[in-house]
Design a protein around this ligand. Sequence first.
Ligand SMILES: Cc1ncc(C[n+]2csc(CCOP(=O)(O)OP(=O)(O)O)c2C)c(N)n1
Ligand SMILES: [Mg+2]
Length: 570
Amino acid sequence: MVRYALEQIGVKYTFGIPGVHNTEIYDELNKSELIRPILVTHEAGAAFMAEALSRTSDNIGTILIVPAAGVTHAASGIGEAFLDGIPMLVISGGIRTDSDKTYQLHEVDQHALLAPITKKTYKVETHEQIVPAIFEAFKIATEGEPGPVFVEVPVNLQLFPGEIPEPEPHVRESQETELDHAAIQHAAEKLYAADKPGLFVGWGAVDASEETIRIAEFLNAPVATTLQGLSAFPANHPLHTGMSFGKASVPASENAFKHCDCMLAVATRFAEIATGSYGVKPPQELIHIDINKNVFNANYPATVTIEGDSRAVLKALYKALVALGDPKNDKGSLKSAIKKDKAAYYDEWFKHDSKDRVNPARFFVELRKQLDDDAIVVADDGNHTFLTAELMPIHSARGFISPTDFNCMGYATPAVTAAKLVNPDKQVVGIIGDGAFLMTCMETLTASSLETGGVYFIFNDGELSQISQAQEIPYNRKTCSVLHEAKFRGVAEATGCEFISIEGDAACEEGIQKALAFAAQNKPVIVDVKIDYSKRTRFTKGIVKTNLERFTIGNKARFVGRALLRKVTG
Ligand SMILES: Cc1ncc(C[n+]2csc(CCOP(=O)(O)OP(=O)(O)O)c2C)c(N)n1
Ligand SMILES: [Mg+2]
């Protein structure tokens, strides 16, 4: 029944580890011609892989795990999918429900464990419930704002037969909703009347780039993205400015949005990262489109809210705009100002002396040069994420993924493995902090077993930098954020990956070339990049400033006082 249901909804891979409560399901999947069950090294990796699969393909990421211990291991990736709005099916075995014994192996309330990080959980009680539960789980996982859904299948239902009627085939329901045409007309009029309109787009608009481009061009409006939505608007478009706007954003964004008088925000929740710790100030005229109405007015008040799928709403909005008159022209030379600001930001980085280490801007310029437009870049969570956001232009929709609102380190290594598995014809590269790599690096073994050629660029700075940088000024010490040196060549040897070391700027071109060449032969490659982190990102500088400004005078004095004291006393 489980195999039938998963095949019906089009699942091609499951990720996980077998145990006594799910081997019957594994045995069934082994017989399937449509589904390949994939063995991982840790269930956190399985969940991150499923999450990345959902983000980079039109399929749903599915994990098949043991109860309790598998569930808690996988919780990191399930939580990421939940807070980032990514569909996922979580299937686990369950303890026997036909036994009068307690203290069974793996006996905990899994539903209570998963309730806060799933859209819904199901515990099936009869054979007959299995197929409908999985179909419903799929529907809930993919409708509205997507997310993970959990289904527990007790092991006795797997072990022993039962009589049930022939199950129905799966029919995918249409998710079209009525559009609020009055609100769309209202939004069009406000945007058209604005002097300096601007667009801010998130992950939910990732499949609406075409519509977003049309509107941006019609209005001659700058486009900023969230971190998660980095690929929702092509960075090589002349109206693209960068991640976020305001003081935690790159100069192109900060300047282009400085006098913005009407903002069209699409599929963003104005969450902490995207707003630079809520340091942005959207204009009073804020038009907010989202599929989840709970995000409206949550952090910033909106003048017009439009609930719905971003693509459908943007299509209608463009139509309404065109009916209002001619496209706006670039009289203020917005595009040339963006271009100039972007070039100046790179220059600022090039001028920074990285000594004998790799200058992040040099690395990313070289990487961009060598990657195809449709390549997929996967970042983990840390300083490297914001360097990627600021210095690596992403050219295609779904061409960038990273753990965002759950913000879970360890995401990128398994995510590269899965993204490459389901996109064998695209280049897939990870930008992975050394600390994050240490958490899940064994999923490069999974890549070896699958013969997938992902590239794992480790930004090796020896620290948990996003944290150690924040510790530097207030504490003048880096408690627990300096890593013990790891020899990543050894990881490559252990997992059967190729290994390349990039020690300075001069080695970038050849190192990247070699890595992509190995990858093209389906060999996973670990690249140890001796990166220089001595220059801060705009994001880090911006959020530090914003957070300090928000402190009360008393707390500000306490923090600044301690920092000064520690500077003197060491
Ligand atoms: C699971 C988890 N643990 C801890 C953190 C807190 N944290 C956020 S960024 C960061 C540093 C990451 O270090 P590294 O992977 O080396 O990346 P870098 O910042 O050095 O680029 C830490 C510890 C987190 N986000 N997730
Ligand atoms: Mg690091």
